[in-house]
Design a protein around this ligand. Structure first.
Ligand SMILES: [Zn+2]
Length: 469
């Protein structure tokens, strides 16, 4: 069985300052090496001071992901040498001596599958290496320390994913969550970075690093599954290793051998005292947090009887769920959920589509009511919705100008059905023998009325007419 676990780094891009100093967290707008100070580049004698807002944001995320938050958190030094790390250690959190990271043992449910969150830790980002030319051939590597000390959270999942698609769904929910919570803009370059651990049946664990966009992780995992399977089929052992995602070639390539945990020589960061997380702080955060995707989904299912899959699609996208919240009534909630997830989805998925969208919550409300009141069929509803998306005209105007109103008038429907009976004599006699074929006649009536006939009424009249013949 394929097992996939994730390590997700998410910068807290909504914060003003870095994790341990007053340099700007938004390092992107600065000239190289100008957003730095003695603390973030670790000059001797400098002392870190923890950013309280960063603790609060990370705690919010922990709560939202169902994690436990310990009463006391602590920081550790993770020692390693790398040019982007001027102190030669990274200040992070570590749970080997009991849980002291901001969150642990959480879970999130996607597509009926529980994904366990092992821990969430608050840590500082290192600097950035800038290569001149492609990273493989270049002789010159430059270092920009503006990013050093930027606050980020690392989320580590258990290896609970069984396929790349689950990973994608999870990451979409997570990206939405950090955006809704006001923690980060996950679409900023470098703000949301994902590493994956993957193993197939009996194979060793391979780590994929360096996936620049979180959309690429799905591709990287697919590639890795195929690569590992083809090795296994030929009886070649799969070595435990770290591989890098080569974005240009869309393949993973073997890279440096992975450090073992003991290589990092974790030890407590004594420059930062233990921080007590009071219950009052957590209660306060819970009050100001927007409803989580998970509880939204539960509410849609339990309160309105919306099917699980529809509720999942609806709740996982803030744009669509906001639209739902603003348009639904008790009576039409299910219909609106359907309209959004089947007819609107695909036409309002991207930022550009959303900016151009002329549809308002009122349109959706009117449309759902028109369908439920049998004023138009679902098919005509689809056509009307397309017109609304493009023009933003009131629904009633669209229904009359495109002539989409239901043919509810029995006498005109009877006339159409009589025509069909004359044209389709063979089908009529078949339908008399075998009632299962009656739908063929209903279909003919629908075509003649351009899909506007009330299907139940049509079926009724046809049945009566067959009986009486
Ligand atoms: Zn600084």
């Amino acid at each position: 069985m394929t097992k996939i676990g994730l390590e997700i780094h998410c910068q807290l891009t909504k914060l003003e300052s870095k994790l341990f100093c007053s340099c700007k967290a938004d390092y992107r707008s600065f000239e190289v090496n100008s957003n730095i100070c003695p603390v973030c580049i670790g000059l001797p004698g400098s002392l870190p001071i923890l950013n309280k807002k960063a603790v609060e944001k990370a705690a919010m995320l922990s709560i939202a992901l169902g994690c436990k938050v310990p009463p006391k958190i602590g920081f550790f030094r993770k020692n390693y040498f790398y040019p982007d790390l001027p102190k030669n250690f990274q200040i992070t959190q570590y749970n080997a001596y009991g849980p002291t990271s901001i969150g642990y043992e959480g879970k999130i449910i996607i597509e009926e599958k529980e994904i366990r969150i092992r821990r969430i830790q608050l840590e500082e980002d290192p600097g950035r290496l800038v290569y001149s030319g492609s990273s493989e051939k270049t002789q010159i590597t430059l270092v920009d320390y503006n990013r050093t000390g930027t606050p980020l959270v690392e989320m580590v999942t258990e290896p609970d994913f069984e396929n790349p698609k689950q990973v994608r769904v999870f990451l979409n929910i997570l990206a939405d969550l950090v955006e809704n919570l006001g923690i980060a803009d996950p679409y900023l370059e470098g703000a949301f970075r994902v590493d994956g651990n993957i193993s197939i049946e009996k194979g060793n664990r391979v780590e994929i690093k360096n996936v620049g966009s979180f959309r690429d992780i799905e591709k990287a995992l697919h590639f890795e599954i195929t690569r590992q399977q083809s090795l296994a089929e030929r009886g070649i052992p799969i070595p435990a290793e770290t591989r890098h995602w080569d974005e240009a070639r869309k393949i993973t390539v073997s890279s440096r051998s992975k450090e073992e945990e003991q290589d990092y020589r974790y030890f407590p960061e004594e420059d930062i005292p233990k921080i007590i997380i009071e219950k009052a702080l957590l209660d306060g955060l819970k009050k100001i947090m927007p409803e989580s995707v998970m509880s939204k989904k539960e509410r849609y299912i339990n309160k309105y009887g919306i099917p699980v899959q529809v509720a999942e699609v609806l709740s996982s996208d803030k744009f669509y769920s906001d639209l739902f919240e603003q348009s639904h009534t008790e009576k039409n909630a299910k219909e609106i959920a359907n309209l959004i997830t089947t007819d609107l989805k695909g036409f309002a998925d991207t930022k550009e589509q959303r900016e151009q969208l002329k549809l308002t919550p009122k349109h959706l409300l009117d449309l759902a009511d028109a369908i439920l009141d049998n004023k138009i069929t679902r098919n005509s509803g689809k056509v009307a919705l397309q017109e609304v998306i493009k023009t933003g005209k009131p629904l009633s105007e669209i229904i009359s100008s495109l002539d989409l109103g239901n043919v509810d008038d029995e006498s005109s429907l009877v006339k159409t059905i009589e025509e069909v009976f004359i044209e389709e004599q063979k089908a009529v006699s078949e339908a008399k023998q075998n009632p299962d074929t009656i739908n063929y006649l209903v279909g003919k009536v629908m075509r003649k009325t351009k899909g506007k006939a009330n299907p139940n009424l049509t079926l009724d009249i046809i049945r009566k007419k067959l009986d009486s013949q």
